[in-house]
Design a binder for this molecule. Sequence first.
Ligand SMILES: [Zn+2]
Length: 219
Amino acid sequence: MNINHHLDDATLVSYSAGALSQGMALVVASHLSVCPQCRQRAELNDAVGGALLESLESESIADDMLASILTQLDDLPLAPHSAVYDLSHKTIDPEVPAPLREYIDCSLDQLVWKRIVPGVTYYDMPWEGRGVSRLLRIAPGKAMLAHTHNGNELTMVLRGSFSDEIGRFCRGDVADLDDQIEHQPLVDSEEDCICLIATDAPLRFTTLFGKLVQPITGF
Ligand SMILES: [Zn+2]
């Protein structure tokens, strides 16, 4: 897989710290599962975090306090990225990244897609929480509505490709966007473009039509 667009440092650090929403963590884990380059950066972050903890240990944290912190860490529920994925009972569809197979037990084409507008359908991840976490499927030649973000938006391409103001995004690429960017992704592949998307706050549509359909799209 030839990957050209990667995760931001800030996103990787938040991921290592377990600070991302479940949906955002799923996109990060899915990209890491296909991108050795980002995996290496994530491991480096973990190593730096570990070294920091060690230096704190020797200098300023009393032994019993450290023990208490470590116990608390042990008690924390596993974040999606640290879960061990038992895939033995799953159908292996190479289009679906391993972390996503925890939630999708079939191929992308077998999912029950819900229509937003002609040419745009979605499949929601089975959890509630801040922001949106869903698969979005857009027909060739269709554009997503122009929007900016109140928070961050993470998009990973699973099939097809799209282009926007930043560049062209193909299978495996992630668009890691903050609230400074307005963009309008246009599908430029001959097949549908299917993306895994997560936001940590509602999108802000910049067109009147976008504002009108916002209650319907749920973004
Ligand atoms: Zn990467």
